[in-house]
Write a protein that binds this ligand. Structure first.
Ligand SMILES: *[C@@H]1O[C@H](CO)[C@@H](O)[C@H](O)[C@H]1NC(C)=O
Ligand SMILES: *[C@@H]1O[C@H](CO)[C@@H](O)[C@H](O)[C@H]1NC(C)=O
Ligand SMILES: *[C@@H]1O[C@H](CO)[C@@H](O)[C@H](O)[C@H]1NC(C)=O
Ligand SMILES: *[C@@H]1O[C@H](CO)[C@@H](O)[C@H](O)[C@H]1NC(C)=O
Ligand SMILES: *[C@@H]1O[C@H](CO)[C@@H](O)[C@H](O)[C@H]1NC(C)=O
Ligand SMILES: *[C@@H]1O[C@H](CO)[C@@H](O)[C@H](O)[C@H]1NC(C)=O
Ligand SMILES: *[C@@H]1O[C@H](CO)[C@@H](O)[C@H](O)[C@H]1NC(C)=O
Ligand SMILES: *[C@@H]1O[C@H](CO)[C@@H](O)[C@H](O)[C@H]1NC(C)=O
Ligand SMILES: *[C@@H]1O[C@H](CO)[C@@H](O)[C@H](O)[C@H]1NC(C)=O
Ligand SMILES: *[C@@H]1O[C@H](CO)[C@@H](O)[C@H](O)[C@H]1NC(C)=O
Length: 631
């Protein structure tokens, strides 16, 4: 995923990539037609038609595309990751300047957490200034993976840090409240806008029909209709009613629904390349995408997985003409941008781990053949790639027509015009700190964290706990500073306590590798040692368990042995304590967004593509108790 440097390009030229090398040597234009001072767009020299906001977008597009050379067009077809400078500066790195000013790359996703919105906004403005320094001054578009909850895994989710912090999307699904989803998306949109993020690499509407999949925490759960109803509000909140300069463009993913991963293994990895349909249930997974298309999602991302045993070719969806052109565009009528998932062409190293290109089913194709296959499939943009050289060659030798490139460039540039980026690409950096993580936004996230807790058992209506001042607690997973602040008396031995409070997380099998280790996979059961350890606590003291459900855990023993079992989908220790004690009237209002299976065996025997089919689940979708007197 690393940024390609000039040296890489020389190496390529050396091995005979003539077009790329030639184009590069000619393609370092000085800013001529426009002199832009930072934070001012208007030229003080001339105004070309594509800069003229009085013209229609189609007129502006015609003018702009007619002025672009092939390399400038090729640059539009790539979107790759950028990190804020690790040293806290707002200066662009050399590789970023090369990507923007020399390679005309124009779309990026911001990786990594944002600690200072102001600095992120200043850096973003510097990036736009670099884009304005190019010959045509085409502004940059920045997108982001989800960054409003608790999960943090490179390539899928980012810690909230300065942003308001909400439960994960599963928590929104647990509350089943369309207006709340709209509110969340509307707040997240405003925080994105403050630092120049204009694309969301979400919503993720894959159905969690295979409970072991490592990416369930980013979904809206197992139910197609619930997912479909919520995604409409989600898209609405990000895009706004009138798509324009206050909008964030949503990328609904992962087409055609990536829940049915074989044996629950994720297709970032070679062992997870197959999507499988033993229940013949392919169509079912399209339900949320149909809703997203009807709601006007501007972009869709196909996944890496290759569909096995369907009428489609068994290659990764992003390079699959049957999936992208026949199904998505022709059958479902999607007219927006198709951006592939990251890294279908080029092998890379991510967090120190060798990651082969996810060209599943097309591993034997060369890089340039993969690129041609992706374009011929109908995708507009290569995610996580920077291979302008391949486009230059494919058009240069007549494999791909320039008209084909133009049709994707037009879609991608149209988005920039609609977002208002040509009219003002800058953000108000001085205001960013006051626009991100406002008191109101933080409170809305904190409130939703509390409400989204789901109460699965509550023997003898132990919750909410009363009389806490005189009680002694044995705790796990709770911050000692926080316990002290709350004046909660703790003991180190369960048998000395009146109650135990355990905050646990869904079991998983640790995987090796810097990147892979963040993808929690495999068994959903605690191992025998851990079960015995917990059982000793449950038998010593009445225990309240809270389980962070990033996947549907198989924990019948906890339901049996704990006095009460809560689950959360990303929630702070403060939120947990408020729910446990009913502080300020808080009560768990969530309903399970999926079934909780009985065992790994039950999961193994169920069909990857079929919802609600594990044998004898411990709790069903929709289960969730209230506190007495509360609904
Ligand atoms: C912008 O376009 C409008 C409408 O065609 C035209 O009247 C105006 O002169 C143009 N402005 C410039 C600066 O060219
Ligand atoms: C910080 O990082 C940027 C970009 O990587 C670099 O240009 C700058 O020189 C660095 N500044 C310091 C003080 O190290
Ligand atoms: C970045 O580019 C500047 C100017 O060309 C150069 O002085 C500096 O050494 C480069 N830094 C790195 C880390 O390559
Ligand atoms: C956004 O667009 C509206 C018209 O659609 C315009 O009035 C407003 O000035 C624009 N805002 C910015 C910040 O460009
Ligand atoms: C994928 O499916 C093919 C065909 O059924 C099979 O040969 C292969 O083992 C499966 N799994 C992986 C990881 O390729
Ligand atoms: C790729 O090439 C290898 C070695 O030549 C061959 O065994 C394999 O079947 C090929 N795979 C595909 C999908 O064509
Ligand atoms: C163009 O280049 C690609 C990749 O090297 C190759 O597969 C294709 O056959 C070439 N086409 C022509 C017409 O030379
Ligand atoms: C514990 O909580 C305090 C107060 O909320 C916070 O400042 C601190 O960072 C937390 N420590 C850990 C390890 O989470
Ligand atoms: C069992 O699970 C615990 C906690 O999840 C873990 O620390 C431990 O390494 C596991 N033991 C074995 C043998 O896998
Ligand atoms: C809680 O109640 C359930 C259902 O009545 C029972 O099976 C379980 O053993 C009880 N657990 C405890 C710890 O009381």
């Amino acid at each position: 995923m690393g940024i390609r440097t000039r040296n890489d390009r020389k190496k390529q030229a050396f091995v005979g990539f003539f077009f790329a090398a030639t184009a590069l040597s000619k393609a370092v234009p000085a800013p001529k037609s426009y002199k832009h001072s930072a934070f001012t767009l208007r030229s003080d020299t001339e105004v070309l038609p594509y800069r003229n906001a009085s013209l229609t977008i189609d007129e502006r597009l015609d003018d702009l595309i007619s002025r672009m050379n092939l390399q400038e067009k090729a640059g539009q077809l790539f979107q790759s990751s950028l990190n804020l400078p690790a040293n806290g500066s707002t200066t662009l790195s050399n590789t970023t300047i090369i990507a923007v000013e020399r390679n005309f790359q124009s779309h990026f996703n911001l990786a990594g957490a944002v600690d200072s919105p102001r600095k992120a906004a200043e850096w973003y403005n510097n990036l736009q200034q670099a884009a304005l320094n190019t010959r045509l001054g085409i502004p940059v578009s920045m997108s982001s993976d989800p960054r409003h909850s608790y999960s943090d895994a490179v390539g899928s989710q980012i810690a909230a840090t300065a942003f308001s912090q909400w439960p994960g999307t599963l928590g929104l699904a647990a509350l089943r409240d369309v207006e709340l989803v709209r509110k969340f998306a509307n707040i997240a949109r405003q925080e994105y806008l403050a630092i120049g993020l204009r694309g969301s690499l979400h919503p993720q509407v894959d159905l969690s029909t295979e409970p072991r999949w490592a990416r369930i925490s980013g979904t809206l759960g197992e139910d197609a209709d619930l997912t479909a109803s919520l995604v409409v509000a989600y898209i609405d909140g990000f895009q706004t009613k009138e798509f324009g300069n206050q909008s964030v463009s949503t990328v609904t993913k992962h087409f055609p629904g990536s829940g049915p991963v074989e044996d629950g293994e994720d297709s970032h990895f070679t062992y997870g390349k197959n999507a499988t349909y033993p229940g013949n249930n392919f169509e079912h997974h399209l339900i949320p995408f149909k809703a997203a298309i009807a709601a006007g999602s501007r972009q869709i991302m196909p996944y890496y997985s290759r569909p096995m045993g369907t009428k489609y070719e068994e290659v990764a969806s992003g390079m699959n003409k049957g999936i992208v052109t026949d199904l998505l565009r022709n059958e479902l009528g999607f007219e927006g941008i198709v951006v592939t998932d990251w890294g279908l062409v080029t092998d890379s190293i991510i967090l120190g781990q060798d990651m082969p290109a996810r060209a599943w089913g097309a591993e034997n194709l060369t890089e340039i053949e993969r690129a041609a296959k992706i374009l011929n499939a109908g995708a507009d943009q290569f995610g996580g790639e920077q291979r302008y050289d391949l486009i230059m060659q494919l058009v240069g030798n007549g494999t791909i027509s320039e008209a084909r490139i133009d049709s994707s460039v037009r879609r991608l540039l149209k988005e920039k015009f609609l977002l208002g980026l040509f009219d003002n690409p800058f953000v108000d950096a001085a205001a960013a700190d006051s626009l991100v993580g406002t008191t109101e936004f933080l409170a809305a996230g904190a409130d939703t964290q509390r409400k989204s807790f789901t109460l699965l058992t509550n023997n003898d209506t132990v919750l909410p706990l009363k009389d806490c001042k005189s009680l002694k607690f044995y705790t796990e997973g709770l911050n000692t500073t926080l316990l002290a602040q709350r004046r909660i008396t703790t003991v180190s031995n369960p048998s000395d306590a009146d109650f135990a409070l355990l905050r646990l997380r869904t079991p998983f099998e640790p995987r090796p590798g810097g990147f892979e280790k963040n993808y929690h996979s495999g068994s959903l059961e605690f191992n025998a040692t851990e079960k015995a350890r917990q059982a000793a606590i449950y038998s010593a003291v009445p225990t309240i368990v809270d389980l962070f459900l990033e996947r549907p855990a198989a924990v019948p023993e906890i339901a049996e042995q704990a006095k009460a079992l809560l689950v959360d989908y990303g929630a702070s220790g403060e939120a947990f304590l408020d729910v446990v004690f009913g502080t300020d009237g808080y009560a768990p209002l969530g309903k399970l967004p999926f079934d909780l299976p009985r065992s790994d065996k039950a999961v193994d025997e169920s069909k990857e593509d079929v919802p609600f089919d594990t044998a004898d689940p411990v709790f069903k979708f929709g289960h969730g108790l209230g506190y007495e007197g509360c609904e």
